[in-house]
Ligand binder design. Structure first.
Ligand code: PLP
Length: 363
């Protein structure tokens, strides 16, 4: 092989970038635990255990347009999402997961040296994407109840700050941001990106403020409530002006034909999907009560499809390993503030039962 010094050509800030800690596939988890694939209990990705709507399987099987490029302006999807959200299609843009919406926003707003703000602990894609764009990340710690410290966030903004991320419910802490907090941040006149990935589980939204504030972006996804994480469809609600700027810079065919068909079929089956959401919320509540009764585990209240759980000091790592040995995978954290915590996705009742049996053995 001819050896060219690629590092010399790479953008300097990307030669050694702190990357995103992504999920291992099921096969890898099964191998780790030494069990069959169908025995893996995967509660580490906030995925939907009920999968997607049966209408999605039909739509994908019957679609005859796979040889045709999709619509770069996403007309059908934006119309369908407008009907679902009650907000006009001119306010909506679709991304390959909400991850891609984060990417679009930061590619649009960040110049190298510009800043984003987030409130940690929180979802890692904001800081990851900012770093890839050459931006700086200012992380303002949440208070002792994991609430956003709005005053500290406001004080941390300066002329280089372009976007502040507000996650509601927050991953991994599960708590909501209030409308008053969002409004206080909107007054800073920077872009406020409110991540409502878990909206269908919480029912709380600030999307109705979009027509009032041109600096508000509300990000959503079909990964969780609609069970489409693998097909990658998210969307965001924002000012029509910003939608057009995103259309100007996005890859024209960013949503493939299969993902488009799946989104449209899901939005034809909302009541079915929301019944699954109810089952998941019920299971999250049941898991919360059981963990509270165990005594040594402290589950934090959550408005998402997951629970952040605090273990006795120094135990989270061995609990995580003990669960993994039994084929149950939950999320641990490198953030020192979360060293005693694990995040557990609400699954099906039988998955909760297996998890609780395992926890009782380990603890
Ligand atoms: C807060 C938050 N935002 C965004 C995402 C990414 O969602 P998507 O699958 O739509 O890219 C996740 C995924 O877990 C998340 O927790």
């Amino acid at each position: 092989m001819k050896r060219v010094d690629l590092k010399r050509l790479l953008r300097p800030h990307l030669v050694k970038v702190q990357t995103y800690d992504a999920l291992d596939p099921l096969e890898v988890l099964a191998k780790k635990a030494g069990i069959d694939l169908d025995k893996v209990i995967r509660l580490n990705g906030n995925e939907n255990p009920y999968t997607c709507s049966p209408k999605v399987f039909d739509a994908l099987a019957n679609n005859t347009s796979y040889h045709i490029y999709p619509d770069s302006r996403q007309r059908k999807m934006r119309e369908a999402l407008a009907k679902y959200t009650g907000i006009g299609p001119e306010h909506i843009i679709v991304g390959s997961g909400s991850d891609e919406i984060i990417d679009f926003l930061l590619r649009l707003f960040l110049e190298p040296g510009d800043k984003i703000l987030d409130s940690t602990p929180t979802f890692g894609m904001y800081s990851f994407t900012a770093r890839v764009c050459g931006g700086d990340v200012v992380s303002v710690p949440r208070d002792e109840l994991f609430e956003i410290d709005v005053e500290a966030v406001r004080e941390a903004t300066d002329s280089k700050t372009k976007v502040v991320f507000v996650t509601s419910p927050n991953n991994p802490t599960g708590n909501l941001a209030t409308e008053a907090q969002v409004k206080a941040l909107l007054e800073t006149d920077i872009v406020v990106a409110v991540d409502e990935t878990y909206y269908e589980f919480s029912g709380a939204t600030v999307a109705h403020l979009v027509p009032e504030y041109s600096n508000l972006v509300v990000m959503r996804t079909l990964s969780k409530w609609a069970g489409l994480a693998g097909l990658r469809v998210g969307y965001a609600i924002m000012s029509p002006e910003l939608v057009e700027h995103i259309i100007d810079i996005k890859p024209p065919y960013n949503i493939n034909v299969a993902a488009e068909a799946a989104l449209l079929a899901s939005l034809e089956d909302v009541p079915f999907l929301l019944r699954n959401v109810q089952l998941i919320v019920k299971e999250r509540q049941r898991l919360f009560s059981i963990l509270k009764d165990i005594g040594s585990v402290v589950p934090w209240p959550s408005a998402g499809n997951f629970l952040l759980c605090q273990f006795p000091q120094g135990n989270a790592r061995s609990v995580n390993e003990g669960l993994a040995r039994r084929g149950i995978f939950v999320r641990n954290f490198s953030d020192p503030r979360l060293k005693d915590f694990l995040r557990i996705t609400a699954g099906k009742p039988e998955q909760t039962d297996a998890l609780v049996r395992a926890l009782e053995e380990i603890l």
